[in-house]
Design a protein around this ligand. Structure first.
Ligand SMILES: Nc1ncnc2c1ncn2[C@@H]1O[C@H](COP(=O)(O)OP(=O)(O)OP(=O)(O)O)[C@@H](O)[C@H]1O
Length: 958
């Protein structure tokens, strides 16, 4: 199939990723809704706060421009119920000095002459002295707004004093002014009636008017300017957190790695995210401004729409760039909320500082202003402050599009204009974007791989022919030398032969047309990690996961890599697919070296990979996955639909094509991963444990798919199912501890590494006594001819394992057995090779023994007969017990130790034989442990003496 390349592929990938982003946003409706419409909630809050501020000053004219102040003439004493928080029954006023007839007269006149409302007697209380008034007030709080205290000094002088409850109180945003409301009316009434009394003219005119100064309006305390920056920052944080978590989730779930393996261009990846987030930001900013206008904020109505919109759009876009830049530093998507919250708190504090005027004033240096402006929330706070100032009074016209580069008229000393803020926001956005791409390259990815810090200085990088060489470990892990790779000569003849063929072809430059992949001493060493305890840190030694792999993988064949956990199979695959860089050797895939950037990008176009773990988006359906990956791979757009349909049909997912992968079972996910790996007719297919979690029926079906897929391509398969390996593979390689231990067809491995042949003898149904006789006769026959006893037996059959060394005897043996079938009551004889599983277990055990011996690892053997504990090397078969020498057994006694492997493949003691005297002439083997001068191990246990099993055999034969 012809795959697209170059710009058409870039465009195709970009469009497919954009569609994927749209679908993810559509499926995650709550988050997208929050991102788009959270502004409505915050604008409503701002509106409520603005209304509260306005009503706080509703009774005041400070925020109004007063040019012709109104005169307040002779205000009446208000009823006490008008006082906020007065308790009823209440009094309009109290008075003292009731001993004086003149005073009583004056007070009566005050009550009668109150303008517009004569005060009834029950609403006034009289006292003799001011102290009596005080004690009444004390015991009757909030029952009267004021009191008058009269003293008749002589016939011409009557003095008075006033007491009022001067506490300013508010109710539902309305503030009460006690001076104008209670004090002045009381004062005017007292003075008017004293004057009338003293001059003896009850109609004496006493008109006093009050008037405030004419004044300009003070700047309106705008909710947008004061708390708006924090609210708008909170709105932007929704997009910020969602963006960071989407980027990190794709990295954490290795989705991005999977797309890269399929040949995704980084530029398509970043541009698709940028476009989609830019679009959401545009909508969100548009809604924000529209909501602001809907709630009739002067800020939104008087400033030009374009100016306000651009402030919010550029700010939110800048925050998205900031999120891009931070994402390489975060490894878990669950941390994105914490990061978002931290940024919000820091932004909230720096915005407060900005609103107090720092650093956008003449007296602060430009450099400091530049540094401060690097943090986007500060620029937003300053922009909002400028735009609020420009609309602080109803008559202000705000900032127009043409006036964006000028200071607002009422702020002629400004050091930064809205236009400057735009430029800063655009410039810093590009800075974040460039830094995001740079950090994305140099910070280790989910597989711990990164590029060099100076990768961009490599001219080849810019023309796409290099510079993408990757390293492992943190940025500071370059310190320390790389230890030399050990060279191991394979113990197995077949592995050695394969190695020699590959070496010969490499040296001679022979290109075998039948070889798809050639690994030339492929090696992988993982660097050590720092491990920190409570007071010290130490570097763990590097780990050699792959110790030189020399193999040819043929075309039209399936090569199965087997091996216990940690053998290095996935590492081999990761090296071949470029996920992890090799530390030694090379691999040539259809003529392309995995060590070259150009080679790797060619390889990505011809391979299909089914990774060990399903790398799928939960929110996308099977069909959408196939469309996306087919587009990334570069399949012609016209063919994508039909290819996806046939792939789904092939893996029996047609009915679930439109179901989201999150609801797929484990087996369905694996099938979808297999279908993705086979997309685009790849020349090399790598399947890492593809049938894990599948039921037997589905597994057999997938085997059929894999079998069919062999034609015209090479397949490398890893599995833990021996049955799968047996059925599917043309060649098998078993790895252990990073090395290839054996290689060949299934039959060859079984015959070379199995314990031998399995003979299954079934008997004719007859009476019990007869059956027992037949069983015993057959057992005796096997014992006499082959010296073996049954491994398994029941009424119907006997099973014998025949070692390889008796192979020569078998032809005659079975001829005779067949001749005597009737005599022995045999119904059927079946002969088969031992299973692949047995071969696998033997190889794994051998590898474990080798490594235990090399590392001198010890185990503790507890002797059942004496209860004593002896320290023995891991895997030792015959062990002499020190201190058991006696007259009877001059050389002491020994035991045979039985070993088994636990779930992790590690060797452990399962038991031991009865004690046997050590035969004469048997020499103890030198061992790491026993060669120590100290007879005791570090744990204080006695070291057992290792005895060579070959010597025991020789001694037994003698
Ligand atoms: N990034 C890493 N850093 C350090 N060691 C690693 C790293 N990745 C793998 N290893 C180690 O390399 C060894 C080989 O691992 P690998 O995944 O290749 O084994 P495998 O044969 O695929 O095993 P399995 O059957 O469990 O998948 C293991 O011991 C593993 O712990």
């Amino acid at each position: 199939m012809n795959l697209r390349g170059g710009f058409p592929l870039l465009w195709q990938q970009y469009a497919a990723l954009l569609k994927k982003n749209l679908m993810l946003s559509w499926r995650n409706k709550t988050a997208t809704f929050m991102q788009l419409f959270s502004s409505l909630f915050f604008i409503f809050l701002l509106f409520s706060i603005q209304k509260a501020i306005e009503s706080r000053y509703a009774a005041s004219t400070v925020y109004e421009s007063v040019t012709d102040p109104k005169t307040l003439l002779m205000p009446p004493i208000p009823p006490c119920e008008d006082k906020i928080y007065t308790k009823v029954p209440c009094f309009d006023f109290l008075w003292s000095g009731n001993a004086s007839a003149a005073v009583r007269r004056i007070v009566t006149n005050i009550m009668t002459n109150n303008p517009g409302r004569p005060i009834p007697k029950r609403k006034v209380q009289s006292f003799r002295t001011p102290s009596e008034v005080d004690s009444w007030l004390l015991s009757n709080p909030m029952r009267c707004p004021g009191a008058l205290h009269f003293v008749e000094r002589n016939a011409t002088v009557i003095s008075y004093g006033i007491q009022t409850n001067s506490t300013v109180v508010a109710q539902r945003g309305n503030y009460e002014d006690p001076t104008f409301k209670f004090q002045i009316p009381l004062q005017l009434a007292a003075e008017r009636e004293i004057a009338r009394y003293l001059i003896g003219d009850p109609s004496f005119s006493w008109t006093v008017g009050f008037k405030e100064f004419a004044h300009p309006a003070m700047e309106n305390p705008s909710a947008v300017a004061t708390i708006g920056p924090s609210f708008f920052l909170a709105i932007a944080m929704f997009g910020f957190v969602l963006q960071i978590s989407s980027l990190i989730a794709e990295k954490e779930l290795k989705l991005r790695q999977a797309m890269n393996m399929m040949g995704l261009y980084d530029s398509a990846y970043w541009l698709s995210w940028l476009t989609w987030e830019g679009f959401l930001t545009l909508l969100s900013s548009l809604f924000l401004v529209l909501f602001g206008m809907m709630f009739q904020f002067d800020f939104f109505l008087h400033n030009s729409f374009e100016v306000v919109f651009l402030v919010f759009f550029l700010f939110q876009l800048n925050m998205i760039g900031f999120a891009f830049m931070l994402s390489p530093f975060i490894s878990k998507s669950s941390s994105s909320t914490t990061v978002g919250f931290s940024i919000f708190i820091v932004g909230f504090m720096t915005q407060l500082v900005t609103l107090f005027g720092f650093p956008y004033t003449q007296i602060i240096s430009r450099n400091l202003r530049a540094i401060w402006s690097l943090f986007p929330p500060n620029l937003l706070a300053q922009a909002l402050s400028l735009l609020s100032k420009a609309t602080s009074n109803p008559q202000d016209v705000g900032v127009s599009w043409n006036g964006r580069a000028k200071c607002p008229p009422n702020n002629t000393m400004c050091v930064i204009t809205i236009d400057d803020i735009y430029k800063w926001l655009v410039a810093t956005f590009f800075l974040w974007f460039v830094l995001a791409i740079y950090f994305d390259n140099i910070i280790p990815n989910a597989s711990g791989v990164r590029k060099s810090v100076f990768y961009f200085l490599n001219p080849w990088y810019w023309i796409g022919k290099g510079g993408s060489k990757v390293k492992e470990g943190g940025i500071c892990s370059c310190i320390g030398s790389v230890p030399q790779q050990d060279h191991f000569t394979p113990d197995d003849g077949d592995v050695l032969e394969e190695e020699n063929i590959v070496k010969h072809q490499t040296q001679e430059g022979v290109v075998d047309p039948n070889v798809a992949v050639q690994t030339r001493g492929l090696a992988k060493r993982y660097p050590g990690n720092w491990q920190c305890g409570c007071c010290k840190c130490k570097m763990t030694p590097p780990y050699h996961a792959l110790r030189g792999l020399w193999v040819n993988f043929a075309k039209d064949q399936l090569f199965c890599l087997l091996g216990p956990n940690g053998a290095g199979k996935t590492t081999t695959i990761n090296c071949l697919t470029g996920i992890t860089p090799v530390t030694g050797g090379d691999a040539i895939i259809y003529g392309n070296s995995i060590r070259s950037a150009v080679g790797m990008s060619n390889i990505r176009r011809i391979i299909g990979v089914c990774p060990q773990f399903d790398i799928l988006w939960d929110a996308l359906s099977g069909q959408e996955h196939l469309h996306l990956f087919a587009s990334i791979k570069g399949l012609p757009p016209a063919s994508i639909k039909s290819v996806a349909q046939s792939s789904l049909a092939e893996v029996r997912l047609t009915e679930a094509a439109k179901v989201r992968a999150g609801s797929y079972s484990g087996g369905m996910k694996r099938r979808l991963s297999v279908a993705i790996a086979l997309l685009g007719d790849p020349k090399l297919v790598i399947l890492d444990e593809p049938t894990t979690g599948m039921d037997p029926i589905t597994r057999r079906h997938v085997w059929d798919i894999i079998n069919d897929a062999k034609k015209g391509r090479a397949i490398i398969l890893t599995t833990h199912s021996m049955e799968e390996a047996d059925i599917l593979s043309d060649r098998i390689g078993i790895m252990a501890k990073g090395r290839l231990r054996c290689i060949g067809t299934s039959i060859r491995l079984k015959s070379r590494f199995g314990t031998g042949f399995i003979a299954n003898v079934s008997f004719l149904g007859s009476n019990n006594g007869q059956t027992t006789i037949h069983h015993e006769a057959v057992k005796q026959y096997f014992k006499d001819r082959l010296d073996i006893v049954p491994k398994e037996e029941n009424k119907a059959f006997l099973t014998f394992v025949i070692p390889h060394d008796r192979e020569k005897l078998l032809t005659k043996f079975f001829e005779e057995l067949q001749d005597r079938e009737k005599e022995f009551g045999i119904s059927d004889i079946q002969l088969s090779l031992t299973t692949l599983e047995e071969v696998f277990l033997n190889i794994a055990r051998q590898a474990e023994l080798e490594s235990a011996a090399a590392e001198g690892r010890l185990a503790t053997l507890t002797l059942t007969f004496s209860g004593a504990s002896v320290s023995i090397p891991l895997g030792a078969k015959f062990v002499g017990i020190p201190g058991t020498e006696s007259e009877e057994n001059s050389r002491g006694i020994m035991v045979e130790v039985y070993w088994e492997q636990d779930d992790s493949g590690a060797l452990c003691i399962s038991g031991h034989s009865t004690e046997i005297p050590i035969p004469p002439n048997v020499q103890p083997m030198p061992s790491t442990a026993t060669s120590q001068r100290n007879f005791f191990s570090r744990s204080g246990l006695v070291h057992g003496v290792v005895i060579d099993p070959n010597e025991i055999n020789i001694a037994e034969n003698h």
